[in-house]
Design a binder for this molecule. Structure first.
Ligand code: NAI
Length: 337
């Protein structure tokens, strides 16, 4: 029986990279019925809403979605669809594995970490007010419930995946109350997992350490804003935004999406690297029990990367999105005979 999965193509390079991923997954022989829904600007034109109820109903019914990036206007316009989706469906854990891919050129070759980002609160509360003209206050919301929940997710993930250390990242020297609560929650949960080493780093020092000695990190546990920023920094350690996947996980649904955004500078030019969304798609396949297909696709992907003749521009090659996708599909067919 075919799996039913919600597909949100997204904006900018979203439709190009999601079409590539759908093609590759189909080539591996996985039967998926894609239930396509639009969000953001495209959805407003069709439904009058940036996050239509029909999209939310689809994700809740299917419990799993593959999502391309959605554009959010800077400094004006509608609020983020991504934040809205994560909050509405309570997708509280943002999981971003950052590892070197065989054959992918990057500054470091021994990076293997997982970023666990709290996805529902912090400065992303959306509560901002101009108190008097020229003075704006934004609310940073940190709760013990959400902090302990994400810390427990990080420690469980470490335990279940053979990882040894969880590092909580914070700025509790300045935000003594908010980040202090996040840290206290992490410490409380750490005591439940004596086999996992627990340590803490102030976020500015953590960023410096990440670019000096990234191999010292294993699982990073961060509140929402630091998690967002540090994810992009970490992507830069292993080849850039074109190769780092992600998942937004909650009790009722899982939405898989790359770390990168809609890349308006290269949208519609057949230049985007679909690898990040493809790796997110492989996380999705493993999530729905299609491990063998995920392994076959990963093998094909790494062979294409290692051959180095058909890689996209962001990795120093000259292949288009289509040429790269063709190469991965050929490798899958070669493997399947
Ligand atoms: P971005 O991630 O879209 O792009 C940053 C740089 O990385 C650009 O030079 C872009 O060309 C490059 N890049 C990104 N993905 C790539 C890929 N797959 N292949 C090759 N090069 C790639 O970040 P930016 O420009 O800050 O944001 C653009 C829009 O995306 C904004 O509206 C932002 O709100 C939105 N966004 C959406 C996200 C989501 O839907 N989850 C996440 C991050 C940003």
């Amino acid at each position: 029986m075919a799996h039913r999965v919600t597909l949100i193509p997204g904006d900018g390079i979203g439709p190009e990279v999601s079409a590539a991923v759908v093609r590759i997954i189909e080539a591996a022989g996985v039967a998926i019925e894609w239930d396509e829904h639009h969000a953001g600007v495209t959805a407003v034109e069709q439904t009058g809403s940036t996050l239509p109820q029909s999209l939310l109903d689809s994700v809740i019914a299917n419990r799993v979605a593959l999502k391309g990036p959605v554009t959010t206007p800077v400094g004006e316009g509608f609020t983020s669809v991504n934040v809205g989706l994560r909050k509405t469906l309570d997708l509280y854990a943002n999981l971003r594995p950052v590892t070197n891919l065989p054959g992918v050129p990057s500054r470091y070759q021994d990076v293997d970490m997982v970023i666990v980002r709290e996805n529902t609160e912090d400065l992303y509360s959306g509560m901002e007010n101009e108190i008097v003209p020229g003075v704006v206050a934004g609310l940073k919301i940190i709760t013990a419930t959400a902090s302990e929940r994400i810390a427990r997710f990080a420690f469980r993930h470490a335990t279940e995946n053979g990882r040894r250390k969880v590092t909580a990242i914070h700025k509790a020297n300045i935000m003594k109350q908010a980040d202090g609560l996040f840290l206290r929650s992490a410490r409380t949960v750490a005591r439940e997992f004596p086999d996992i080493t627990y340590d803490e780093k102030i976020v500015d020092n953590a960023c410096m350490q990440l670019v000096m000695r990234p191999e010292q990190y294993d699982v990073l546990l961060l509140p929402n804003l630091y998690g967002d920023i540090v994810s992009d920094l970490a992507a830069g350690l292993v080849g850039g935004l074109g190769v780092v996947p992600g998942a937004n996980l909650g009790e009722q649904a899982a939405v898989f999406e790359a770390v990168h955004g809609s890349a308006p500078d290269i949208a519609g030019q057949d230049k985007a690297n679909p690898t990040a969304l493809l790796l997110s798609g492989l996380m999705l396949l493993r999530h729905i029990g299609e491990r063998t297909a995920a392994d076959v696709i990963f093998g094909a992907l790494t062979r294409v990367m290692a051959a180095g003749t058909t890689i996209t521009r962001d990795l120093g090659g000259s292949a288009s999105t289509t040429q790269f996708t063709d190469a991965v599909v050929r490798e899958i067919h070669a493997h399947r005979g």
